[in-house]
Design a protein around this ligand. Structure first.
Ligand code: IMP
Ligand code: MG
Length: 181
């Protein structure tokens, strides 16, 4: 399905999760991560730009684990259509060899982006590699990737807000909304 960005399209968003619901769930994830990584010395969080910036910052601020924060950038979407042609635009800077790495991503949809990122980071020989996503759209999965931490499992809707965009816009809407049509 192709969405055309219309002038007032963000006015008609339905609320999927309020700001408060999002923050409460992220707090639970942060507590789970803190307890799972309690005995790890070198934890590295790899945030997938741009979409996961919002989730990463809120999650990381709620965590007590003194992890290193790094970023990488992958791109696969044009409008609301996944091209499944994932390009790595920016690599991480930290040496993750022997370290405990958590990939933080906004959403798993087809699974292609995370499959590519996971394979790329595994080549750098981390001690462990886990994945945390805020949203999981299981109906759309085409590539099998194990996700270790999930904020919310959602139906097949195109979401906007709290980092989620349509062609770069809508990221700063404070709640997670969806386009209803
Ligand atoms: P995947 O490779 O198909 O799993 O797609 C993952 C990427 O697609 C995410 O990093 C998002 O940037 C984007 N994406 C998937 N679904 C949505 C959505 O509903 N709204 C906005 N972006 C989405
Ligand atoms: Mg993304």
């Amino acid at each position: 399905m192709i969405y055309i960005i219309q002038k007032n399209m963000f006015d008609d968003l339905k609320v999927l999760f309020t700001e408060e619901e999002v923050q409460n769930r992220i707090k639970e994830l942060a507590e789970k991560l803190d307890s799972d990584y309690l005995n790890c010395e070198d934890v590295v969080i790899v945030s997938v730009l741009n979409g996961a910036m919002f989730f990463t910052i809120d999650l990381f601020k709620k965590m007590k684990t003194r992890a290193i924060l790094d970023t990488l950038q992958a791109s696969s979407y044009v409008g609301t259509e996944s091209t499944e042609n994932v390009i790595l635009k920016k690599d991480i800077d930290v040496d993750i060899k022997g370290k405990d790495v958590i990939i933080v991503e906004d959403i798993i949809d087809s699974g292609k982006t995370l499959q590519v990122i996971k394979a790329h980071l595994l080549k750098k020989e981390p001690n462990s590699l886990k994945i945390a996503v805020l949203l999981d759209k299981p109906e759309r999965r085409k590539y099998d990737v194990d996700v270790d931490y999930v904020g919310f499992t959602i139906p097949n809707k195109f979401v906007v807000g709290y980092g989620f965009d349509v062609d770069g816009k809508g990221r700063n809407i404070p709640y997670i909304g969806y386009i209803d049509n």
